[in-house]
Design a protein around this ligand. Structure first.
Ligand code: AMP
Length: 176
């Protein structure tokens, strides 16, 4: 994996969506099919010896990486979405954001008891979203083996917020 190229392809957008935040924009990576393919290969390689039953992607950029990864690893894909988006029966979890709170949901029949789940999102920031995603999968009896990210804002110490200490946290690129 060409880490330098990946790093220069993900662009910084200052002050988006609010002043003081540097938004990591992955859309240029979506324009580079060879590099995008490398990212998917890299993550699937990392987990090839893990017993993964399903991949759960966090809305919305977790879908962009999660579905091709699921196809590559030949396992089903499960969407974890923001409140009110999933049509069938759901379970939900609320979690704290820097300002206010948010709710994510999953279909209650999407994960079966004892299934090994890999959670994917584009970016690990404060860890709140991933921690909630792990908990919601666990509510359904799923066993979260790992969570994977293209990018980790390591200076925010998101890893520490993840309560399940046995689930591996994997990121291709770390910003320190
Ligand atoms: P957190 O719960 O703080 O770990 O935030 C993770 C979620 O917010 C992910 O779905 C990211 O896509 C998004 N996110 C948080 N901070 C950024 C950022 N600086 N640039 C791009 N996306 C971000």
């Amino acid at each position: 994996m060409d880490i330098k190229k990946l790093s220069s392809t993900i662009r910084d957008i200052p002050d988006f969506p609010a002043k003081g935040i540097i938004f990591k924009d992955i859309t240029p990576l979506l324009q580079d099919t060879a590099l995008f393919n490398e990212v998917i290969e890299h993550i699937s390689d990392k987990f090839k010896n893990f017993k993964i039953d399903k991949i759960a992607g966090i809305e919305s950029r977790g879908f962009i990486f999660g579905m091709p990864l699921a196809v590559k690893m030949n396992v089903p894909f499960v969407p974890i979405r923001k409140k009110g988006k999933l049509p069938a029966k759901t379970v939900s979890i609320s979690y704290e954001l820097e300002y206010g709170s948010a709710v994510i949901e999953i279909h209650e029949d999407a994960v079966k008891n004892g299934e090994n789940i890999l959670i994917i999102d584009d970016l690990l920031a404060t860890g709140g979203t991933t921690n909630a995603a792990i908990k919601i999968v666990e509510q359904l009896g799923g066993n979260v083996v790992a969570s994977a990210f293209v990018l980790e804002l390591a200076f925010l110490n998101g890893r520490e917020k993840i309560e399940n200490k046995s689930a591996e946290i994997f990121s291709i690129l770390k910003v320190i």
